[in-house]
Design a protein around this ligand. Sequence first.
Ligand SMILES: NC(=O)c1ccc[n+]([C@@H]2O[C@H](COP(=O)([O-])OP(=O)(O)OC[C@H]3O[C@@H](n4cnc5c(N)ncnc54)[C@H](O)[C@@H]3O)[C@@H](O)[C@H]2O)c1
Length: 314
Amino acid sequence: MNLLVTGGAGFIGSHFVLRHVQNNPDDQVIVLDLLTYAGDRSYLESVEEQMQFIHGDIADQILVTKIVEDRGIDVIVDFAAETHVDNSISDAAPFLHTNVIGVQSLIEVCKAHPEVLLLHVSTDEVYGGLQDGEQSSTPQSPLNPGNPYSASKAAGDLLIKAAINTYGIRARITRCTNNYGPHQAEEKFLPTIIRTALNDEKIPVYGEGKQKRDWLYVTDHTDAVEAVLEKGKDGEIYLISADSERENIETAKLMLEVLGKSQDLISFVKDRLGHDWRYALDSSSIKALGWEPKVSFEDGIKKTVEWYQGKYTS
Ligand SMILES: NC(=O)c1ccc[n+]([C@@H]2O[C@H](COP(=O)([O-])OP(=O)(O)OC[C@H]3O[C@@H](n4cnc5c(N)ncnc54)[C@H](O)[C@@H]3O)[C@@H](O)[C@H]2O)c1
């Protein structure tokens, strides 16, 4: 199989590429990544010989078309995105460029090449925040994004749904809960906790830390994407969750424990504007493909902390 992996130098995309290349040595893997602040080519160093890296923008339709035609691409696995909510609150423009215009560019390429499958990686955040006790979101639940990031992701998802209906493009969408693990950009919650705690600085927790997030170790997410690639159906949406919901304060405390640091480092800061309370997904669609998460939260946190300790202390 010939795969174009967009955003393959980012957090989740890099893990996908590393595992895919290792498990499928006969596949041709091309990575297309704009190398924004969130991308780091060194994550792919160990497989440089087994894939090809192209520096570029998914919104560049001419470039994507050329890659698809020259390389006989069968599947585009789309991880390319702007992903940090706080950045979207300060400036939504890059989010609209990549998460909306970029997605439409991939759709245009798929329209012209109807044999190509587009596997688009999306997020639980498109459903907006849920209250405690509210039912988990299903693939059919209405989208109700609560910030510019999730609105741009919802727009991308809807454009794909519309293109399936209008042009009959081949596409599958995955929506996953919060990921954690090595390679995540420094600004995100867990890397921020580790970095600041290692420096014995106060770790910032929004509001009272009562918001809940459902955590999935990054390679469990990429395994789920592989399952959708292998066994999923065109036109379907798959929801990926380990049902591992925790209050942010609980997560911060566990990280400090693993780091051997005092709980006194926790400091509550002014809440994020429009901060979603919790997300919850009904994961029966992905479990029906035989996927189960393999990494417990405790083990995943240990692996994550070890990786960042290496990064920040080397
Ligand atoms: N991180 C999470 O917790 C999480 C959870 C659920 C879903 N997702 C989704 O998974 C996908 C990947 O998320 P991530 O956390 O790995 O993101 P990330 O921010 O770590 O990486 C994004 C990658 O995309 C690249 N990129 C950005 N704009 C591009 C463009 N125009 N053209 C080509 N490349 C571009 C960046 O250089 C980077 O390598 C996103 O669609 C995100 O919405 C993430």
